[in-house]
Design a protein around this ligand. Structure first.
Ligand SMILES: [Zn+2]
Ligand SMILES: [Zn+2]
Length: 723
């Protein structure tokens, strides 16, 4: 008789029924149970059968499971009594490393049943099975069992209960299982329509050019017809979002092919079970409205990942839906994504119809965003909270609270680092509350009691204030880590590289150890600390909050720092960067150090160049000026402005390599880590990596974790674990 413990994502992915089927196959008797941190099997059979059983556990594991470790040990059979069969026993709970499954997009079999007239789940908007459906977002506590999910409000009907208990069913032990008789209901919020009528109402609204808020897996979306220019414009106006690109959900991959350049590898990203938003290059002649992603070579697209999405496109009600919908986060500008009906009512200033349902979302999970080469830009639904494993012998538990923008926090236990779903920008106080409640929920689920808290150095960040408060309340020490150093550590962590590196951290803003603003940094960094080796030439960043919005201010600041105010004034006037009054005002702030700070921000350098080339004077969303500069550099080079934009990228890459050469000469370190939001610029990244490799550097880049502030928490956590 043996005891087998299996660690990894083995809950909520059909693992126990799989074990039971396998045991039957090998004539093994015993039990399998969820233990919270792992699945435990007590197995009795011939030695040969047990060997085959263990081998098959690994080789044939369910598609959505991830096995980290299998421990098997012989035990004394006298303590265990078995009937002559193998059974699944009730979950009990033991403390250990927790693995919570992310939410999983609808599988092919469920999709087929959804549209099969003879199936009893025909058109059921919540169809799911052990291979698919919501997980993290409906989970109250571990272990993963129906009574500990938001499906506890929906008792199973007899037929669902039979499938749930039948080892031969593909819904055996599938916690969210339900059907048209017993499952949740969709409805029009504050309207009369329920069920399929509600979905028809939403479809008709979209066809008529309206805007619909739709409740999804990790929050609401705002949806409209992506072909209807006026509808898109109306959504932009109502969302106060004049130019920032919208993501598009296509009915199927054929629609994506029509609109975007995709190859096999990137279509696998699109069609995988995580279903992120993938950024593809647009084809030269598009079919969807030109205001979906203006001034942008790329389009963020995704495929339907819930049964409700599929029904929005294909409900057989006689209506003819467009095959591409705008699907943007259902929030008011800056606020957290709506997850319940109270939140959603606030969207009624934007949406004509709100399509909701009564299955509660317990934790927010925005859509994840990846580049077409697979690099993570926003790691959230489908990925969180799977841990990143660090190959270092680490102890203890840490909460790293992350940065102020694109916030994502990280909980660690030993060498496992759990990055949270995307939280958002903490400039909005509602988002700070979401951060607070998400920390509580996730540390509860993962059973992590932090013994240290880590935050950024910035004295005025909301994240810092919350970290200070939690540190006091929990009575645990608070560690502060410099922003760009945390970026470099984050890149080292995901590459499992822990020797000293030349860290190149380029981004918009981070508080420096000397109290100035950093953002174009070359750091000699290791687990034990860092030295600032070189930076972008400091300049006076003036204009307060406007300094990162008005790209023209950066242009004047940088030219004033380089050639002095008098010449900067003439240059600004000649280039028509702003009117005379504004130019004089900016120079006055700079000369008198009013509302200004010394800065080495790489983000502002991109702003300045974008403004000088006449591409973008004032950004309407973070990174717009830099994005337009990249767009110009990647466009037709017969345009002299575009050639200059490319020359800037090439020149900056060359400059990075020259500085790394100097650092290597001074330190004998030949590994470079590239991090910070600026390296989301795929053109700069590829130019830099290519040149560094040619100069025989080993180059570490981000892939599984965002290069932007969304990855910061991982670096913070690593520092506190190793220090
Ligand atoms: Zn399924
Ligand atoms: Zn049912």
């Amino acid at each position: 008789m043996i005891n087998i413990k299996i660690y990894g994502v083995v809950q909520g992915v059909g693992f126990r029924p799989f074990v039971a089927r396998l045991a039957d196959k090998f004539s093994i008797v015993g039990t399998v149970a969820n233990k919270g941190s792992h699945v435990e099997i007590i197995a009795h059979g011939s030695n040969a059968a047990l060997d085959n059983f263990i081998a098959a556990l690994r080789a044939e594991a369910p598609p959505r499971s991830t096995i980290i470790k299998i421990d098997a040990a012989a035990i004394d059979g006298a303590d265990h009594f078995f009937a002559d069969k193998f059974s699944i026993v009730d979950s009990t709970h033991e403390i250990g490393s927790m693995f919570v499954s992310p939410d999983i997009a609808i599988c092919d079999q469920c999709r087929a049943e959804l549209f099969d007239r003879s199936d009893r789940r025909y058109l059921h908007p919540f169809i799911n099975c052990t291979d698919c459906g919501p997980r993290l977002t409906i989970l109250k506590r571990m272990p993963y069992d129906r009574e500990r999910t938001s499906m506890s409000a929906f008792p199973m009907c007899d037929e669902c209960s039979r499938e749930y208990h039948d080892p031969t069913s593909r819904r055996y032990d599938a916690q969210p299982v339900c059907c048209n008789d017993c499952g949740p209901t969709v409805y029009v919020l504050d309207g009369d329509e329920r069920g399929l009528d509600a979905i028809s109402t939403a479809r008709r609204t979209i066809i008529d050019g309206g805007i619909v808020a739709v409740k999804g897996i990790g929050g609401f979306h705002l949806a409209c017809d992506a072909y209807n220019r006026a509808a898109v414009e109306r959504l932009r106006r109502k969302k106060f979002r004049p130019f920032k690109p919208f993501a598009v959900m296509f009915r199927d991959v054929d629609g994506v092919r029509r609109e975007c350049v995709i190859d096999d590898r990137s279509s696998a990203l699109l069609e995988g079970h995580q279903k992120p938003i993938v950024l593809f290059e647009k084809k030269s002649v598009g079919t969807i409205a030109d205001n979906v992603a203006p001034f942008n070579r790329r389009l963020g697209v995704m495929l339907p990942y819930t049964p409700l999405h599929l029904l929005l496109f294909d409900l057989p009600d006689g209506l003819s839906m467009p095959d591409a919908l705008i699907m943007t986060s259902g929030n008011l500008s800056g606020a957290p994504i709506a997850i319940d009906d109270d939140d959603a009512r606030r969207l009624s200033s934007i949406a004509d119809v709100i399509l909701s349902h009564d299955r509660d979302i317990l934790i927010r999970a925005d859509d994840s965003v990846v580049d077409s080469n697979g690099s993570m830009i926003r790691r959230s639904r489908g990925y969180a909270p799977l841990p990143i494993a660090i190959e270092l012998p680490l102890n203890g538990s840490v909460l790293a609270i992350g940065g102020e923008l694109k916030n994502c926090f990280c909980l660690s236990k030993g060498n496992l680092f759990y990055l949270s779903p995307y939280v958002g920008d903490l400039t909005d106080l509602n988002t700070v509350e979401v951060l607070r409640s998400s920390i509580e929920r996730l540390s509860d689920l993962l059973e992590i009691t932090p013994t240290k808290i880590v935050c950024d150095l910035h004295p005025r960040y909301h994240s810092t204030a919350l970290a200070e408060e939690l540190s006091k309340r929990w009575g645990v020490p608070l560690i502060k880590v410099q922003h760009h150093y945390a970026h470099v550590l984050s890149c080292m962590a995901e590459n499992n590289y822990f020797d000293r590196v030349i860290g190149v951290a380029f981004d918009g803003t981070g508080y420096g150890s000397d109290g100035t603003i950093w953002g174009g940094e070359f750091l000699i960094a290791g687990l034990d600390g860092f030295e600032r080796f070189a930076t972008i030439d400091p300049f006076i960043q003036a204009g307060g909050d406007r300094s990162s919005i008005d790209a023209w201010r950066s242009a004047i600041s940088m030219s004033a720092s380089t050639v002095g105010s008098e010449r900067a004034k003439k240059i600004a006037a000649d280039l028509n960067l702003a009117d005379e009054f504004m130019i004089n005002g900016q120079l006055f702030l700079i000369d008198n150090r009013i509302n200004s700070v010394e800065s080495t921000s790489a983000g502002r350098l991109f702003d300045a160049v974008s403004s000088v080339l006449g591409l973008c004077s004032t950004s309407t969303f973070e990174g717009e000026a830099a994005m337009r500069l990249q767009f110009a550099a990647e466009s037709d080079q017969s345009d002299p402005i575009n050639r200059l934009a490319l020359a800037f990228h090439v020149g900056l890459a060359d400059h990075i390599v020259r500085t790394c050469d100097r650092a290597r000469a001074a330190t004998a370190i030949s590994t470079v880590a590239l991090s910070g939001g600026v390296f989301q610029n795929s053109l700069l990244l590829s130019l830099t990596v290519e040149r560094l490799s040619r100069s025989k550097f080993k180059v570490l880049t981000h892939r599984a974790v965002p290069a932007n502030d969304g990855g910061l928490a991982l670096g913070q956590a690593l520092f506190s674990c190793s220090s």
